[in-house]
Ligand binder design. Structure first.
Ligand code: HDE
Length: 679
């Protein structure tokens, strides 16, 4: 299949060597033998047994039997796209990384994921999202294996298996799928108070993103930048989406899980196919080494963020995703990320979570991809050459010539030869380290609640309400005493929050508690994000007999504002306006749903059937309850009136304004209208 939006870069050229197009070709076995019949196995007589000598049957069936590989132990459900990163050059004083030099363009491959669910699970579940980027740089692959939340549940990698065992479906009955709302997870949370900060993020709206295109990304750990002079800065990595950070509402997210379990991947795929390329700016928070101890938390603690108001984010480049994969298994499933894939100019810190990750990612690829040669799989190959004395292993593809596979040597002039740092050889930062061998947590990691409270303080009233509802939902799915134990922990964050949740889940509300942190960080609230009409999707409820002269300019204007619309009617085919205008129906009421749109435009027609009116009322009620913008004209306005939805925020009708289109577009851009009365 030729792709319309193939974007040329070195990675794409490299992948091209491995692509194959089976269309219009003769059918062969894997040995290249042409096959004369692929319908029937070879038998002794038409009603007789299949013969062992049927090599075609055996090969076909054996390959099929071995098609599956183990899914990722976490982040199994994911979706990816290719793109390009271009550096602004603003990072040059701080890092010698070549791909961050001004104007450098680097091919990237980005995989988004949920964490908990298995490979076939629904996508709009409440969960952290993965945001992994492989930069195919000229100095080797650099992987930024990030999440859409800036902190993590645990401070030490040794707890990761416990965390994951607790949050995955319970082993005795394998329930629930892709959900944290069960006893073992909250048992873990109650016993590991360091998780309080990440947990409150997971209870907030960021855990149900509207789109992968509307999520931030965070490297979580503190890394190091090293510049040409060898000076080190601590650095936190950020991705900032051009479209802002937007979320679904919980009721909607749950319904989408059934109506369209592929909601997020479809959104990504379709946007790229339509040429609406997702864009993210790459930003860094930088801290000179001398300032390591200037905070009231430890910069090595992965449960802590650096408030952006204290350490501003400097933008250092832009990433554009511009090409969908050709084959999900070959690319998305086989891509192997590793936080230890670094390039000169980027180094690690002693964050004990990061240190453990540096082990885990190679280890997991060995079982998942079946051996040590996974770097040879096309999607994982660097675009620069690679040479060393590693040899053999399952599925080795490289044919290394010559007799030398050791170093040092004289038979091959001591090559392949290590390079000095000046020649681009990677040199680890010479941090001074001393201490006793201890299994212990640094005391500087002991404050588990202040930043959870900072996050809470930063939320708008609506966001706080959502957080209360999320804790109540999750703990409401747990039993006593898990509920009580968690209220006790939550009381350390905010007393009012703990009291409200306790009231909802039948636990005696705590009388005292709460962190005394009063600080807030406005950057954490989604209220303060970018709001644009771009790529917002409007469902148009419309029937025959509509007024084309009124409706068509509106639809054209939506498109001119980079919005999308789909025509929803009773039957597939065309709807025809009173003036003969024809519109192709995208969906009937049964093949789509109100939860799949950002907004609805209710038009109807003069003679809608009872069934049409009933479905329209259902769609409008749902959109209304999810605080979405609703525009209405003609018949649609009467529906809103009958449902008592007029005069509410985010409701725009032609009867009420002469400036309908502009106001409707503004209402859609606002994302949601939280001040609406949905009671
Ligand atoms: Fe991961 N994580 N992780 N993780 N992680 C994996 O690697 C692990 C952590 C993240 O799209 C696994 O290839 C440990 C933080 C993403 O392919 C595994 C610890 C962050 C992805 C693994 C962490 C992440 C993974 C499973 C604690 C955010 C998906 C499959 C010490 C900064 C990558 C795989 C993709 C995947 C281990 C914590 C992000 C098992 C041991 C913190 C986005 O190696």
């Amino acid at each position: 299949m030729e792709k319309s939006n193939r974007h040329e870069n070195r990675k794409n050229e490299q992948l091209e060597q491995f692509r194959t197009d089976d269309q219009n070709q003769a059918l062969t076995t894997n040995q290249g033998l042409k096959v004369s019949n692929d319908e029937f196995s070879l038998k002794a007589g038409v009603r007789g047994p299949t013969l062992m000598e049927d090599f075609h049957f055996r090969e076909k069936m054996t390959h099929f039997d071995h098609e599956r590989i183990p899914e990722r132990v976490v982040h199994a459900r994911g979706y990816a796209a290719h793109g390009e990163f271009e550096a602004y050059g603003t990072a040059e004083p701080f890092t010698k990384a070549g791909f961050l030099k001004k104007g450098t363009k680097t091919p990237v491959f980005v995989r988004f994921s949920t964490v908990v669910g298995s490979r076939g699970s629904a996508e709009t579940v409440r969960d952290t999202r993965g945001f992994s980027t492989k930069f195919y740089t000229e100095e080797g692959n650099y992987d930024l294996v990030a999440n859409n939340m800036p902190v993590f549940f645990i401070q030490d990698a040794i707890k990761f298996p416990d965390l994951v065992h607790a949050i995955k479906p319970e082993p005795h009955n394998e329930m629930p799928q892709a959900a944290a709302a069960h006893n073992t997870f909250w048992d873990f949370v109650a016993h590991n108070t360091e998780s309080a900060h990440h947990v409150i993020w997971n209870m907030a709206d960021r855990a149900i993103p509207r789109s992968f295109r509307m999520m931030e990304g965070f490297g979580v750990h503190t890394f190091r930048f090293i510049n040409d002079e060898g000076k080190s800065h601590f650095v936190k990595f950020h991705w900032k989406p051009k479209l802002g950070v937007h979320s679904l509402v919980w009721d909607e997210a749950q319904k989408i899980s059934g109506k369209d379990p592929d909601f997020n991947r479809k959104d990504l795929w379709e946007s790229i196919e339509a040429g609406d390329f997702p864009e993210y700016e790459f930003g860094v928070q930088l801290l000179p080494e001398e300032d390591e101890f200037k905070f009231d938390f430890d910069v090595l603690d992965p449960t802590k963020l650096w408030p952006e108001e204290d350490v501003p984010v400097t933008m250092i480049g832009k990433m554009t995703l511009n090409r969908n994969v050709d084959n999900v298994f070959a690319e998305t499933e086989q891509v192997a990320f590793h936080p230890g894939h670094v390039v000169p100019g980027i180094d690690f810190t002693n964050d004990p979570l990061l240190q453990g990750r540096l082990f885990s990612y190679t280890d997991t690829q060995l079982i998942r991809l079946g051996g040590p040669n996974f770097h040879e799989i096309p999607i994982n190959r660097p675009v620069c050459p690679f040479h060393n004395n590693q040899r053999d292993g399952y599925n080795r593809q490289t044919i290394n010539k010559g007799r030398v596979s050791y170093h040092p040597n004289s038979l091959a002039n001591n090559t392949p030869a290590p390079a000095s740092p000046a020649e681009g050889g990677y040199e680890h930062y010479q941090e001074k380290v001393e201490g006793r061998k201890v299994r212990a947590r640094s005391e500087s990691f002991n404050d588990h609640f202040s930043q959870a409270k900072l996050f809470w303080n930063s939320m708008s009233a609506t966001e706080k309400q959502h957080i209360v509802e999320a804790y109540s939902f999750e703990l409401g799915k747990c039993d006593m005493p898990i509920r009580e134990m968690n209220i006790e922990v939550l009381a350390n964050v905010d007393l009012e929050l703990a009291q409200k949740v306790a009231g909802n889940i039948g636990v005696t509300p705590p009388a005292e508690g709460g962190s005394d942190v009063t600080k807030s960080s406005p950057a954490l609230s989604q209220e303060n994000t970018v709001k644009l009409p771009d790529t917002r999707k409007v469902g148009v409820l419309i029937d025959n007999g509509f007024d084309g002269k009124e409706i068509m300019p509106v639809l054209n204007e939506l498109e001119a504002s980079k919005m999308k619309y789909e025509i929803i009617s009773e039957t597939q085919g065309k709807v025809t306006g009173a003036d003969g205008t024809e519109l192709e129906v995208t969906h009937t009421f049964s093949t789509t749903d109100a939860v799949l749109y950002d907004a609805l435009y209710a038009v109807g027609g003069p003679d809608v059937s009872k069934a049409f009116a009933k479905n329209a009322a259902k769609f409008l009620g749902e959109a209304f309850d999810h605080y979405k913008a609703i525009g209405a004209a003609q018949e649609g306005e009467k529906w809103l009136e009958a449902a008592k939805m007029l005069d509410q925020p985010g409701i725009v009708t032609t009867g009420q304004t002469t400036d309908f289109t502009k106001q409707f577009i503004e209402a859609v851009s606002a994302h949601r209208h939280w001040d609406r009365d949905v009671s």
